[in-house]
Design a protein. Structure first.
Length: 105
C-alpha cells in the first residue's frame, strides 16, 4: 500500500510538472513598405528587446520575436522619412502582419 501511495504521488508530481512548464513560442512581425526601394531596415523595440530585419523589395519579416507589445520603426532611405507605429502586439507563436506602410518624403 505504501508503494502505491508513492507511485501515485510521483505521477501527480510528474503531471503537474508537465503543465507548469509550457514553453513560450516566439512570433514574428511582417509587412510591406512602399515605395519598395525607399527603406533599409525594420525594427521592433520593447522595454527588453530590440530586433531588426532588412527590407528586401519592400517586404520584411522580423523573426524570433517574444510575445508582447512593440514599437515598429521603418528606417527610410533619404529623401524619405522614418516612420514608427506603436502598439504592435505579438502573440505566442503567431505572425503579426502590420500590412502596408507608406513612406513620405
Amino acid at each position: 500500500m505504501k508503494s502505491a501511495k508513492l507511485t501515485l504521488a510521483a505521477l501527480i508530481i510528474a503531471a503537474a510538472g508537465l503543465f507548469a512548464f509550457n514553453s513560450i513560442k516566439d512570433g514574428s512581425v511582417k509587412g510591406t513598405v512602399t515605395p519598395a526601394d525607399a527603406a533599409a531596415r525594420a525594427w521592433v523595440i520593447s522595454s527588453t528587446d530590440t530586433l531588426k530585419a532588412t527590407i528586401d523589395k519592400g517586404a520584411f519579416e522580423i523573426s524570433s520575436v517574444k510575445p508582447g507589445t512593440y514599437k515598429l520603426i521603418i528606417e527610410a532611405k533619404p529623401p524619405y522619412k522614418n516612420i514608427s507605429k506603436e502598439g504592435i502586439t505579438v502573440a505566442d507563436g503567431q505572425p503579426t502582419d502590420v500590412g502596408e506602410i507608406k513612406l513620405e518624403k
